[in-house]
Design a protein around this ligand. Structure first.
Ligand SMILES: [Zn+2]
Length: 430
């Protein structure tokens, strides 16, 4: 390890990120401040909860205290008293380091302390007004974001130039009771046969495909990424058992087969619409739920998909952490695999620096996107971008210092990995 080169650091600071992955809710909802599922409290803890809340829970903060900390009912002073002992334990993790950058950059405070918290609470409130998303992203030197809305399958955003939107294919391929209910709530349609469901999928692609920047699927939270080819007639029978007149619960193997068919159908649709397919890979968010046996096989499982869909552009998110070396192998070997470092910088900053160095010496430089905050709130994007810039500057400084890349080649490389790759890749009709 060595200190970053000041010139490289400056180039990285000056280069805007194209942010390829967020879950931002609409700004107008933040401004209206109505407490609900997506805005469970409207105070400074909303701006720090992702993903620090998970570290707090893992550090031993009792569930009820954590809920109160993230809820709407307590004063800032009481909230600070609750979190203080656990904050001390987590302050060096990537999640918490990003929060501290956010506190510094947006509120002018170095840390959470008994003195600073009332001031932070006040500044949080002052910040929230129309236009604050653009203002915070500008301060973070972020050109625009790609948003995977958790509220809608496709969000018709009020700010399409700033917040490009993914079309979610999770609901179509997972096809749980909740997914079907969401589709019903959005469209009024109630499928009884596989053909009904495919018609609904076609409707979403026809309606929102032209506006979407990509499709996104986090089905890796609930199953393996091994999607086998399944005959339509078989899938149709399974669908009838799953949802139609012959309704009963499918066993796990049958459910997998039905989802395999649906997922591959969506990949085909995305490819027809020239939309890249973004897939969650690697460790999952939250805490106390990781099934490492699935996660460990993500890269190997994906080979079938990469082979069977050579014309589809797959974006493998989060570097597949903690199996990132296998994802370097995928991106090196398959022309249709790209890697997105979204979320990775705060999951593990040191691993991300090593990853970027390894990647750049092994894989064509156009196959990586280096930033996505992966947040529901806009504020922490600022701090995450600081951590990412620091990591990129360090990785590139080390590569130059060790003689792998010439100093004068660095500006073009920075432009490519922070911005240019994403601009070119996500442009339609290429
Ligand atoms: Zn995400």
């Amino acid at each position: 390890m060595m200190k970053s080169d000041p010139q490289i650091t400056q180039w990285v600071q000056q280069t805007p990120f194209v942010d390829t992955h967020e879950h931002l809710i609409e700004e107008s909802q933040r401004v209206s401040g109505v407490i609900g599922r997506w805005l469970p409290c409207d105070d400074w803890t909303y701006a720090v909860r992702d993903y620090v809340a998970n570290d707090l829970a893992v550090a031993g903060m009792p569930k009820t205290e954590l809920q109160s900390f993230l809820g709407p009912d307590l004063s800032s002073v009481v909230k600070y008293q609750l979190v203080a002992p656990y904050w001390d334990r987590i302050r060096h993790t990537g999640y918490a380091q990003a929060v501290r950058h956010t506190l510094r950059g947006l509120y002018g405070e170095d840390d959470l302390t008994a003195e600073s918290v009332p001031r932070i609470a006040e500044k949080y409130r002052e910040t929230i007004q129309p236009g604050f998303y653009a203002a915070i992203l500008r301060r973070a030197n972020i050109e625009n974001c790609q948003v995977n809305s958790l509220q809608r399958i496709f969000m018709e955003t009020e700010q399409p130039a700033l917040l490009a939107q993914d079309l979610s294919i999770l609901e179509f391929s997972r096809c749980s009771a909740a997914d079907i209910a969401r589709v019903h709530a959005e469209t009024g349609k109630q499928p009884t046969t596989l053909d009904d469901w495919l018609e609904i999928i076609d409707f979403y692609f026809a309606t929102y495909g032209p506006k979407a920047v990509a499709v996104k699927c986090q089905i890796a939270y609930s199953r393996s990424l091994d999607f086998a080819p399944v005959a339509k007639a078989h899938a149709a029978r399974l669908f009838l058992h799953h949802i139609g007149k012959m309704r009963h619960d499918l066993g796990s193997e049958d459910l997998k087969s039905m989802q395999d068919f649906l997922f591959r159908y969506c990949v085909g649709k995305a490819t027809e619409c020239d939309l890249p397919v973004k897939l969650h890979t690697g460790i999952v968010g939250g805490h106390g739920m990781l099934q490492l046996a699935h996660t460990r096989n993500n890269a190997a499982d994906l080979c079938r998909l990469l082979l069977d869909f050579p014309d589809t552009r797959f974006v493998l998110m989060h570097i597949g952490y903690p199996y990132e070396q296998e994802f370097i192998a995928l991106a090196k070997h398959y022309p249709n695999a790209w890697i997105d470092m979204c979320w990775a910088w705060v999951l593990n900053p040191a691993a991300s620096i090593r990853f970027l160095k390894d990647f750049l010496l092994a894989v064509p430089a156009d196959k990586i996107f280096t930033f996505g905050g992966d947040y529901v709130a806009v504020e922490p994007i600022y701090g995450h971008a600081c951590v990412a810039r620091r990591g990129i500057a360090q990785a590139l400084s080390e590569l130059v210092g060790q003689g792998w890349i010439a100093h004068e080649e660095i500006p073009a490389l920075i432009e490519r990995i922070m911005r240019g790759n994403a601009l070119r890749f996500f442009q339609k009709g290429q």
